[in-house]
Design a protein around this ligand. Structure first.
Ligand code: FE
Ligand code: FE
Length: 316
């Protein structure tokens, strides 16, 4: 299957849906390999595939306060219908791009590899559940959201952008996608647009350290760039414990959980939850590559797990 992403903000994206998501996952895995320094990150980012840089350019240019508030209004009301977890997972599975020979792992298998790795290590059942659920918000793609609005590292909008956000420079205009001569050449060859920057840079209130927020207001009161994390956390809010909800809501907030950025917006609850988010992140990044899970064999365990925490059908 090779689904074409609908044009977002007038930007056509002819790539198969799953290909960019896989690229992003692979990029993260490499970027956060054990023991990398700040300088290593920069070097690693420069070597990223042109598609990854282009993906971040679109993400950083388009995730504005207005965009985020609009998407929150649209999706956080959960008006996309009632589905069981299996139905949502099957729905998400239609994203798999089987034309890509390197990507033979379906979304369902990534869910199960993550949850099974958590289960093997003897973590509580609610955390196993989080492993299965954490990427189900990617169904946003199937509602027509562009990839840059579904996956990618997340960051607060409405206040100054941390330099710890990957490709931080893409928030600002520039003559080419990347100042690096080599990759600039690559981008020019692939016909990429020049950097426009994010329009919020022209709103003085959004460019101060705290922006529209109070110091240490707590991350739950912060509007994060829109994506699959926030959406799945809203879907699960009535049912799961706070640790689980932090894992869901902030699993792609790398600037905070990996770099320590935005601590000035965090409160004591956020700091208490950070170790859980980090614990989860290990499984998200590094559980790939184990044997393919046998969905049919695992189904009875997961039927019980879902029934323990969730009603049969939930609002999406
Ligand atoms: Fe994710
Ligand atoms: Fe994931």
């Amino acid at each position: 299957m090779s689904t074409t992403v609908p044009s977002a903000a007038g930007v056509p994206n002819p790539k198969p849906l799953a290909a960019d998501m896989e690229e992003w996952d692979e990029f993260l895995k490499g970027r956060y390999r054990e023991g990398r320094s700040k300088e290593d990150f920069r070097v690693y980012d420069k070597q990223a595939q042109p598609g990854v840089a282009e993906f971040y350019r679109l993400n950083h240019e388009n995730q504005t306060v207005d965009y985020v508030l609009g998407k929150e209004r649209e999706y956080f009301r959960l008006q996309k219908g009632m589905k069981t977890i299996w139905e949502a997972a099957e729905f998400l599975n239609t994203l798999v791009d089987d034309s890509d020979p390197d990507t033979d792992l379906s979304q369902m298998e990534h869910n199960l590899q993550t949850s099974e790795a958590i289960r093997r290590d003897g973590h509580p059942r609610w955390m196993v559940l989080v492993g299965f659920l954490h990427d189900l918000g990617k169904t946003l793609c199937l509602y027509g959201e562009p990839q840059w609005g579904v996956v990618g590292d997340t960051f607060p909008v409405g206040c100054a952008w941390s330099e710890d956000i990957v490709y931080h420079e893409f928030f600002y205009p520039g003559s080419t996608v990347d100042a690096d001569p080599d990759s600039a050449g690559q981008h020019a060859a692939s016909g990429s647009a020049a950097r426009k920057g994010n329009p919020d840079r022209n709103v003085p209130e959004y460019q101060t350290k705290y922006g529209i927020y109070e110091p240490n207001c707590g991350l739950e009161n912060v509007h994060m760039s829109f994506g699959h994390d926030g959406y799945i956390a809203e879907v699960m809010k009535p049912y799961l414990n706070i640790e689980a909800l932090y894992m869901l809501r902030f699993h792609s907030f790398y600037p905070w959980h990996r770099h320590g950025a935005y601590d000035y917006l965090a409160n004591d609850q956020d700091r208490a939850m950070l170790p859980w988010v980090l614990k989860f992140n290990q499984y998200d990044l590094y559980s790939k590559g184990h044997a393919k899970p046998d969905v049919a064999a695992l189904k009875p365990y997961y039927d019980d797990l879902f029934a323990e925490f969730l009603p049969e059908r939930i609002a999406w």
